[in-house]
Design a protein around this ligand. Structure first.
Ligand code: PRP
Length: 213
């Protein structure tokens, strides 16, 4: 079939594992040059846009891409108004944790450095624990060592970054994996939307079978 729809996928952790899923869905991977970020739909595969994770919900909500692939962490942090959350892809699994140099729940009001201010605020509010958030866009693990904040809320995948910086997990906040999201209008009106969705469903099933072998 000739494809018309486009999938926007988040760079980094999600993109690294996404190629396998895309190929398991039966579509040739179009990325041959690390600098190219846009691949139009063709007779063989849907189109592909590679963008920052935090921009993926907006690209789907505006219909620039019919589908998006983005971490649950970003959907929880930024919200996902105007998009459908259609499938857990079970890739890019990680979790968000509260970490510190000492394995000790904060005694009183706590300063936390994070890229996830909304999740951090919600987590501490649910525990009625006062929090001051210092928003950083990266290198969070430095914060406790340079006197910026004694705690961080950050993504943990292998745990190597924490241990390399002599930090320990004090609490596990939420699990995350990549989700397929969709534009509601495309979902309702384009027959191809179901073809793409079914392609991902089949790919997730195959990936799980591969993992069990
Ligand atoms: C995250 C996080 C840690 C690292 C954790 O950064 O901020 O630095 O991954 O992974 P690990 O447990 O396997 O060591 P990410 O790679 O998402 O990059 P970013 O800082 O650009 O978001």
């Amino acid at each position: 079939m000739t494809h018309e729809l486009t999938v926007a996928v988040a760079k980094g952790r999600v993109l690294e594992e996404f190629q396998n899923l895309w190929e398991l869905a039966g579509w040739p991977w179009p990325v041959t040059n690390g600098r190219a970020l846009w691949f139009p739909p063709s007779s063989r595969a849907p189109g592909l846009i590679i963008a920052r994770g935090q921009d993926i919900p907006m690209l789907v909500q505006r219909g620039i891409a019919a589908f998006g692939v983005v971490g649950r962490d970003i959907l929880e942090e930024k919200g996902a108004q105007g998009v459908l959350e259609v499938l857990d892809l079970h890739i890019a699994r990680c979790h968000l944790a509260l970490a510190s140099p000492v394995d000790h729940w904060p005694d009183g009001p706590v300063r936390v450095a994070t890229k996830y201010p909304n999740i951090a605020h919600r987590y501490f509010a649910e525990r009625q624990h006062p929090i001051e958030v210092v928003q950083l866009s990266g290198s969070l693990e430095l914060a406790p060592h340079i006197g910026l904040a004694p705690y961080i809320v950050d993504i943990v995948q292998t745990g190597r970054t924490l241990s390399h910086h002599h930090l320990v997990e004090v609490a596990r906040i939420m699990e995350s994996s990549a989700w397929l999201i969709a534009n509601p209008a495309f979902w309702r009106t384009h027959q191809e939307a179901d073809v793409v969705y079914q392609g991902f469903v089949a790919a997730v099933t195959r990936l799980e079978e591969e993992c069990q072998r």
